[in-house]
Ligand binder design. Sequence first.
Ligand code: NI
Length: 301
Amino acid sequence: MRCIIKRRAEFSACYRYWLPELSPKENQQNFALKNREIVRGHNYVLYISIAGELDKYGMVLNFSGLKQVVKREVTDQLDGSIINEVWAEFQATPPATENLARVIWQRLVPNLPIVNIQLFENPKVWAEYEGNEMEAYITVANSFSAAHRLALDVLSLEENLEIYGKCGRPNGHGHNYHLEVTIKGQINSQTGTIVDFVALEKVVEELAVEPLDHTFLNKDIPYFAKVVPTAENIAAYIGYILLEPIRELGAELHKIKLSETPNNYCELYAADLGESSMESHSRAYVKTKDIGCALRASQYI
Ligand code: NI
């Protein structure tokens, strides 16, 4: 039987964003974040996923042995260090989080059957790497507060309450939505990054989070005048909004995860948006009025 196990580890380290081929002024312009120094540090959290068949002792791998390998190959070397100075891979290319995840993979793969490296630079930003040359993922997490009501205009109050439960009550209710946007792209061998991270954060904040924050979705966002603002449909809306701007940054939108509560969330892969556009999704909705509540609503239409 094949199984995946995960090992969590932590280390604190700093690094310098600095390309030797650029002038000091160009380095400052390219890498200084919000006018802060270009030496930065993080309390990194690392998750290592290992896949394999169970052995006769009921284990994929002995966790104690796994811990020792991670300690020897990664955390003992990086903890308390300036990353550029201790790992030669970063003398020419900065250890941006996605690039660091890639190099951690390279250091561990001779010793462990790893299938995924997840590296958090803080709880709101993390990279993933799965061994595909220069391909990596970056996720940015954000949150917004909004109200919504789940109901179809063509149905009576009683019918809406039957389908949507409390979510169909006439005057709406609110959520603190938690949004995770994951992009996929190629690590640039000069900068160590998939995209200009500041530009990515700006796109997510300005195009998705800020316009939805503190709104009544059904009334304030024209799209949701026609489309029921379920978590699924909000995720799709955000996906449509971000698809092209992320492409313009040189990466691909990979996944939207939207949590309404810690107990309810949806994950939508950009590939599943298919060739449809926001307009065609909306038109299909108006025509069939069954997206988001499928079977029951169709009885009434
Ligand atoms: Ni709700």
